[in-house]
Design a protein around this ligand. Structure first.
Ligand code: UDX
Length: 409
């Protein structure tokens, strides 16, 4: 939902989850996203929360859809929530449905066709994909690299969405609906491929004695490649990359094209989990009975989102080999406990006294600032596996611990 400082828009937020709406009405935000609660508090006088769309339809012309499109078992996107919203739309020439959710290319045209069949042909349709990242959502939203507005008509709706975003001053791509949908899928698949690529390079670095940090720096300075999204680690997680890579692969297959690059070699998430478990086994021998600390549980820092988190697979793997995992995250413990109730969870107290624990890492500032001398004293073992290549290897080694990163040969 848009919160414009420069233009006093009222925003009508609708969700079928009554508990979520109740929380928002009380000024509480159901997810952790830095700055979001404060932003909502600052704008609460013009935000309205409801479980039905009636008032939004009465008051607003641009109806943004930002529901989840999780993967199905087959690997394509589950559009049931999108269709539920589409069915609730009015037969109106005064309104436009603006699709923010990531949907397969072709969805917009299918929706426009079904509008026509249902006698709602006058309702406009605009694709306006969202590119923000969790953990830096507000800043990404306010400073987008580009705004994409796709529409197939010559009507008012595309212009209205472009005008709404104009104050951001971002480059604007006006295009057709199918291309707008494809831009989103292609961007996510490309970013995921970039991470997969550097993770594969990290694996080769391990074997050859090269250091992936140096390699990424040297490669990223080539302006055609760029330095971002070249951090090797435990593999990408989250709700978007895996789903969108899979949706694009399936979309291509359903159109009769075999997208080889997104095939078996594209193992973004899985690619580094095995090496991490393997590293521990190399250092410690059998993991049976070992107590392993896992620092960082969400799929990245600054979020409590556990969807697609590497920690899920890593912890399950370590436990299946007989280790006892003690897990910690600055904000995601509650969510992690719901999904992995069998693990031990550290409290803030044991965080400062991490007794009898070996560690695998994550790039939260509080982990980066750890006093490794104190950690070494508190640990029974000596091995630190840095699954994000983010920790201070010099300080860790100086504390008498063994440091092992990903792709640091
Ligand atoms: C992603 C896209 O970046 C965003 O444009 C889209 O709108 C939604 O999906 P998000 O999943 O929130 O955003 O986070 P992102 O920062 O892209 O990280 C995804 C995963 O990749 C995380 O697990 C992260 O740790 C990992 N990652 C990222 C790497 O392993 N290496 C990198 O260099 C960058």
């Amino acid at each position: 939902m848009a919160l414009w400082r420069w233009k006093r828009c009222d925003v009508y937020c609708v969700d079928i989850d009554a508990a979520k709406i109740d929380l928002l009405r009380r000024g509480e935000v159901p997810i952790y996203e830095p700055g979001l609660a404060e932003q909502i508090a600052r704008n609460v006088d013009r935000m309205h929360f409801a479980t039905t769309p009636d008032e939004a339809i009465r008051r607003a012309r641009l109806l943004f859809v930002s529901v989840g499109t999780p993967p199905t078992f087959a690997g394509d996107a589950d559009l049931s929530a999108v269709h539920a919203v589409v069915d609730a739309m009015p037969a109106s020439s005064e309104h436009a449905l603006v699709m923010k959710s990531t949907v397969p290319c072709g969805t917009g045209r299918a929706i426009a066709r079904s509008f026509a069949e249902q006698g709602k042909g006058a309702l406009a349709y605009v694709s306006c994909p969202e590119f923000l990242k969790e953990g830096s959502a507000l800043d990404d939203f306010s400073h987008p690299d580009r705004v994409v507005v796709g529409d197939d008509g010559d009507g008012w709706a595309g212009d209205a969405v472009a005008a709404l975003y104009a104050p951001l001053g971002a480059p604007l791509i006006r295009t057709d609906v199918a291309s707008a949908e494809m831009i989103k899928l292609a961007a996510n698949a490309f970013l995921a491929t970039k991470i997969s690529f550097i993770n594969e390079i990290a694996n080769v670095c391990e074997e050859t004695g090269a250091n992936v940090l140096e390699v990424a720096r040297g490669v990223g300075l080539d302006q055609r490649i760029g330095p971002k999204f070249l951090s090797a680690g435990l593999g990408y997680g989250g709700s978007c990359f895996t789903k969108d890579v899979s949706a694009l692969k399936l979309l291509a297959a359903n159109s009769g094209y075999h997208f080889q690059l997104l095939g078996r070699g594209h193992r973004g998430q899985r690619v580094a989990e095995a090496p991490c478990g393997g590293k521990l086994a190399r250092h410690l021998g059998s993991l049976a009975g070992r107590r392993i600390g896992v620092l960082g549980l969400a799929f990245k820092p600054n979020t409590d989102d556990m969807r697609g988190a590497s920690s899920l697979v890593l912890a399950a793997r370590l436990e299946s080999e007989g280790a006892h995992v003690c897990a910690y995250d600055p904000i995601a413990i509650e969510e992690a406990r719901r999904i992995m109730p069998e693990l031990d969870y550290a409290t803030a107290r044991s965080r400062s006294s991490p007794r009898r624990r070996r560690r695998a890492g994550h790039e939260w500032p509080e982990f980066l600032a750890l006093d490794w001398g104190a950690v070494a004293e508190a640990m029974a073992g000596t091995v630190v596996i840095d699954g994000r290549n983010a920790l201070d290897s010099v300080a860790i080694r100086a504390a008498g611990l063994t440091y092992d990163g990903i792709g640091i040969g």
